[in-house]
Design a protein around this ligand. Structure first.
Ligand code: BTN
Length: 245
């Protein structure tokens, strides 16, 4: 797929820039807004996103999926898998995984965060902005983010950002093309297999209660399934479960 790239020396947030553009017109599908520096990079919830100027990839991709809005969980999984595939091929000797719902981890540390913002019209998606922050060449992190890591801190190599962007987009487009009824089973299956801590016993805080449980997968609504020692399955929404206890 070909993409149109809008490069900005600096902007508050590429997601905000994309949403602003979308409020004025309809940029071409696959438009990528990328910047060297975000002054107010946004993470999930009210978090901010730390990224040192010129060291990493911080960009947003505009898509107009034709499928119904209820496929958005599969869509989110496809994006995570695209990034996962890319990192796995770049850093083959390390354990890469997807920490539910869509952080990409190297070992026990976060290398990439994704902020997806949708606009829904009826039961269709009007647009989707996929914001991606991938830590590439940054080696010192100063924010209070608990466990950042970059490709460079993992391999010791310095990466060319343009090349990295193009390889990453290629992986994402391959998975995006699988978000259709005939191939969504592949995404579902491979997403489950790539989950951080899959089938490992750990402590989690679920709705305020400490439980020892293993992740067994996610359901079609994107909820996390945790099995406790008594074989009870806990179905968790995003804010109901905390890792790292
Ligand atoms: C997270 O908290 O894990 C999500 C982080 C998403 C960061 C990216 S960087 C590019 C895009 N623009 C933003 O303001 N945020 C996303």
């Amino acid at each position: 797929m070909t993409e149109r790239i809008i490069r900005l020396a600096q902007t508050a947030s590429t997601n905000s820039y994309a949403i602003n553009l979308l409020s004025e017109n309809r940029p071409e599908e696959n438009t990528v807004i990328i910047t060297d520096h975000q002054t107010r990079g946004r993470g999930t919830d009210t978090n901010s996103w730390e990224s040192e100027r010129g060291k990493n990839l911080t960009f947003s991709l505009i898509l107009y999926p034709v499928f119904k809005a209820d496929l958005q969980f599969i869509f989110n999984k496809a994006i995570s898998l695209g990034i996962y595939d890319f990192l796995k091929s770049e850093i083959p000797n390390q354990k890469v995984s997807i920490k539910w719902p869509n952080d990409i981890y190297i070992g026990d540390k976060k290398a990439c965060g994704i902020l997806i913002q949708n606009s829904v019209l009826g039961n269709s998606l009007d647009y989707v902005v996929v914001g991606i922050g991938l830590n590439v060449n940054q080696t010192l992190f100063i924010s209070d983010a608990p466990n950042p890591v970059s490709m460079k801190t993992t391999t010791g190599k310095e990466y060319n950002l343009d090349e990295t962007l193009h390889k990453l987009l290629k992986s994402i487009f391959i998975r995006y093309a699988q978000v259709k009824p005939e191939t969504r089973g592949i995404i579902e299956n491979e997403y489950q297999k790539s989950l951080y801590r899959l089938k490992e016993w750990h402590n989690y805080l679920v709705k305020g209660t400490l439980v020892n449980a293993q992740i067994t997968g996610t359901n079609e609504y994107g909820q996390l399934l945790l099995e406790t020692g008594t074989e009870k399955i806990l179905v968790c929404d995003l804010k109901e479960v905390k890792f790292n206890i």
